[in-house]
Every structure is written in C-alpha cells, then in structure tokens.
Ligand binder design. Structure first.
Ligand SMILES: [Cu+2]
Length: 69
C-alpha cells in the first residue's frame, strides 16, 4: 500500500539542496518516489514509510520539514 505525502521543507536554496533532499530520501526504506519543488519549498513522497520518519530524514539532512495536512 503506497501513500502520497507532502512536506513543507525549509532552507532549500538551490538545485544542490533539492538533490540533497532527494538523495537522503531515495536511500530510505519504504520510499518509492520523491519529487522536490524548490519554488514551493515542498517535497512530495510516495511510499509506505511513516510520514513522521520521512520528515525526520529530511530534517536530519539539514532542511527542517513538516508534514503538510
Ligand atoms: Cu542549495
């Protein structure tokens, strides 16, 4: 069962930041795909991983993230 979850991600300033977020998530278990929108400061993640864990992975990569309701 795969969910699509959106996250508000702060501190992303360039394509390198986008790549860092993608790289951090793509290595994680339970994540199928990752889209990152720099202008919207948003990440869209598809998978069956827990949203709170995903937010923590993004935050630990240096980009404080919150689940979007
Ligand atoms: Cu950057």
């Amino acid at each position: 069962m795969s969910n699509t979850m959106k996250f508000a991600v702060s501190n992303m300033k360039c394509g390198g930041c986008v790549a860092n977020v993608k790289k951090a998530l793509e290595g994680a278990a339970g994540i199928d795909s990752v889209e990152v929108d720099l202008e919207k400061a948003e990440a869209t993640v598809t998978g069956d991983a827990d949203a709170g864990i995903i937010a923590k992975i993004i935050t630990d990569a240096g980009y404080p993230a919150q689940v979007k309701g």
